[in-house]
Write a protein that binds this ligand. Structure first.
Ligand SMILES: NC(=O)c1ccc[n+]([C@@H]2O[C@H](COP(=O)([O-])OP(=O)(O)OC[C@H]3O[C@@H](n4cnc5c(N)ncnc54)[C@H](O)[C@@H]3O)[C@@H](O)[C@H]2O)c1
Ligand SMILES: [Zn+2]
Length: 402
């Protein structure tokens, strides 16, 4: 305590230990599977819980979900919200809060359950973190992107004022339940979108995962991550499990040591340096994972132009993206002014430094803080030549070669 005639000062120091679980389960909607009923502290709630459904999930699984809760005589009320990025708004958050009020949600014992993609998960997560200054919730991700990425995340958020996730909180749900069978109804484009985040994870830290994508990525998308008959390009459910598990473990390892993002050098920001603004400007054309993939390629171009990775590695990265049906480039990534504007906002987000994750090999990153506008221009040119050719090989990716 520091006393002076003019001021007095007290400081409060406390610690918060955070633990949350991600459970992979099969047959989540089987009425005999208790996972969906269990409240995070154990046991079951007797009062009403709000179940928030993504609109596609309601269309496809609504009958089964209602049957599950009916069969278990659980008191629940439903709210259906639209998925997709345009609906990640503060208005939706307030809609959830209103319904939590309507049904008389308790502080701890009636955590809402959100079943859907990353958009409704982020909206409900933000609502729960604001409601009474924070109540627990249960997350059931139903898209590939949400199962491999949002599932581990501590963050919630909504888009605001033309910026991605401008309003949000750090508030992990104590329980996340993953059932890969939801992916059976996810469109091929949405599966590729999720592959974009897995691709990022592979590039920054997991060569084995990259090789799995190289060998099986296309087939996994075709089989919708379900168990399929082997042969004729089929792929086993064990590969689907390994790919999902490696992505989740990779993410968990990265977050566990930096959950509150006090360190602003984050390998998982790879693919998220230039893309956030471009994704918003391209709305609704580009999905998140599609923009992330392009940013991964853009950053790999910078690395290759610096000689940090070989031209062969760059070609391999682009080939794997294309093989999975993910476009490596988009006209907005060729617009130097826009990419520079995106970088400027990212630098603000990283508190004044570029902290650009950059590949030194497939599966390894370092951080750069001295990328110049000229290098951005060269990478934009590389992106333009990728647009012009369907050929995965990019033999001259900078003015002066490699
Ligand atoms: N909180 C975090 O840290 C974090 C991490 C990564 C991504 N995100 C956010 O996640 C969002 C993207 O998530 P998304 O890709 O799941 O998008 P999304 O929630 O919009 O879902 C994509 C589409 O799939 C539909 N859908 C959902 N489940 C389905 C199913 N089982 N079968 C058929 N259709 C289904 C939805 O209705 C929607 O139309 C972004 O807003 C991103 O910012 C958040
Ligand atoms: Zn992302």
């Amino acid at each position: 305590m520091n006393l002076s005639p003019l001021s007095q000062r007290w400081s409060v120091r406390t610690q918060l230990s955070v633990e949350y679980e991600i459970v992979e389960t099969y047959g989540l909607l089987d009425p005999d599977n208790p996972e969906l009923l269990t409240v995070p502290e154990g046991g079951r709630s007797t009062a009403t819980r709000l179940v928030i459904l993504d609109h596609s999930v309601d269309d496809l699984y609504g009958t089964r979900i209602r049957a599950y809760f009916d069969r278990n005589a659980a008191q629940v009320d439903y709210l259906t919200l639209p998925g997709s990025e345009e609906n990640k708004t503060i208005e939706r958050v307030l809609e959830v809060a209103r319904r939590l009020n309507d049904i008389g949600t308790n502080r701890l014992s009636t955590p809402p359950i959100v079943i859907g993609g990353g958009v409704v998960a982020d909206v409900v997560g933000l609502a729960a973190s604001l409601y009474r200054r924070g109540i627990p919730f249960v997350r059931v991700p139903t898209t590939l992107l949400a199962q491999v990425d949002v599932s581990v995340a501590a963050k919630t958020g909504v888009n605001y004022d033309g910026y991605r996730n401008r309003l949000g909180t750090y508030s992990p749900p104590p329980r996340t339940l993953i059932d890969r069978s939801f992916l059976a109804t996810v469109s091929a484009r949405q599966l590729r979108n999720g592959m974009g985040e897995i691709f990022k994870m592979a590039l920054i830290k997991d060569l084995r995962l990259f090789e799995l994508l190289e060998e099986h990525g296309k087939a996994l998308i075709e089989a919708r991550f379900q168990d399929s008959t082997l042969g004729a390009g089929g792929v086993s459910g064990a590969v689907a499990d390994e790919v999902i598990a490696r992505a989740i473990v990779g993410m968990a390892e990265e977050l566990e040591t930096n959950l509150w993002e006090k360190k602003l050098q984050r390998p998982v920001d790879y693919g998220h340096s230039f893309s956030p603004l471009i994704e918003m400007r391209a709305l609704p054309e580009l999905l998140h994972g599609e923009a992330v993939t392009m940013d991964c390629v853009f950053s790999a171009l910078i690395a290759a132009n610096r000689g940090m990775i070989s031209g062969a590695d760059l070609d391999r990265i682009i080939t794997v993206a294309r093989k999975m049906g993910l476009a490596p480039s988009h006209p907005l990534f060729c617009d130097v002014d826009l990419v520079m504007e995106g970088l400027t906002d990212t630098v603000r987000h990283r508190d004044g430094r570029q902290n650009l994750p950059m590949l030194t090999a497939i599966g390894e990153v370092c951080f750069l803080n001295d990328v110049t506008e000229l290098e951005i221009e060269q990478a934009c040119k590389g992106m333009a030549s990728l647009l012009n050719s369907r050929d995965s090989r990019l033999s001259s990716y900078s003015e002066d070669g490699r």
